[in-house]
Design a protein around this ligand. Sequence first.
Ligand SMILES: [Zn+2]
Length: 436
Amino acid sequence: MKEADLIVEGGFVLPMNKKDSVLKDTSVVVKDGVIVDLLPVQKANAIYSAKERAGGSDYLVMPGFINTHTHAAMVAFRGLADDLPLMKWLKDYIWPRESRFVTADFIRKSLPLALAEMIASGITAFADMYFFQDVAAEIVREVGLRAVLGEGLADFPTPSFKNPEDGLRFSRKFIEDHKKDPLIIPALAPHAPYSCSPDLLRKSYELSREYNVPYLIHVAETKDEIEELRSKRGLTPIKYLDELGVLWERTVAAHMIWLGEDEFEIVKKRKVGVSHNPTSNLKLASGIAPVPEYLKLGVKIGLGTDGTASNNDLDFTDEMHLVALIHKVHRGDPTVVKAAEVVYMATRGGAEVLGISDTVGSLEKGMSADIIVIDLNRPHLQPLYEPFSHLVYALKSSDITHTIVRGRILYEKGSFRTLDIEKALFDMRELQKKLR
Ligand SMILES: [Zn+2]
């Protein structure tokens, strides 16, 4: 018998290396955090023994979800200000509170709850634009999630830095400190074309290029932003960013709702990745992104929750459900954005957007064991004819029994193995008393 660390068995296994392949009664064998084999259950049981097991014939096994855009520690602002337009919401409610309250200690008290929420909804990797990312990196590493972390940069003072130069200096050091980390992918995170000077956008780009790390940015989120930039810079966001030369294959553009006809080709040519955040876009009435066009053109596209202040949760199954529905009603066409396409966006597509698809996003030999297990023995998941359909139209995050990152089980049947949930809840209640 060969020794493995973990065997994950599924009645259905979705490898996601191709858009719609489904394996039946298959075991995923894990050793040292890596998938070493994928084979029929009976064969696996004859060849391998393992210290731990998960799943079984009534379970579905697939790659973990990849949240391509969030501001995780914002969970502390959940439900604090709803039903407002983006700019008013940012300028009157969020930015003043962030500058007053967001400190390293705030991140320590707030972030664990966000991580718990993401883990319980099957997210195994997330991209985050926020502050004090060195503190966040420590917490994320300890909990064992995978994260792309970019320190938020803007022209105005942020909670961590008085001026953008200090933010850039921090970003360089942060990249240097984490570039070999197996779980943390350091990134640049200039906030948006309207909140960053051309100089800041360009310098951030140069750093991302120098280290070949992601360049996270909000782009073309609202109509107002398009008008503001057109009057200030004479160009729409895509053309403006392209003229600055900051669109490239590591650019992760969140939202991307308002594009001109001739701008899709630029996005495609520059190999920009799109992060689609349906709940946030609906809640802020930002608009509906042209996802069918992105899919048709073969633009890299993944899903994001955005921060909880504009969502208001970090539940990935909600996003999958919404993305499959909103484009259908928007186009008056039930054939657009198909279930299998949504699952691809949620997994492999997200990994492509973040530039980490050589490590995660699919279940194949040699890939990192970032895996989720779903219990199919639920009233709303039977009968099962087509797994992609259930994942998009019927799944609840409470059906997820295991969340595994690098072969380590972080979550098992409602319990967090690497995170003290009681402490996270207590800390959040303490923090709330200050924020009110
Ligand atoms: Zn955002």
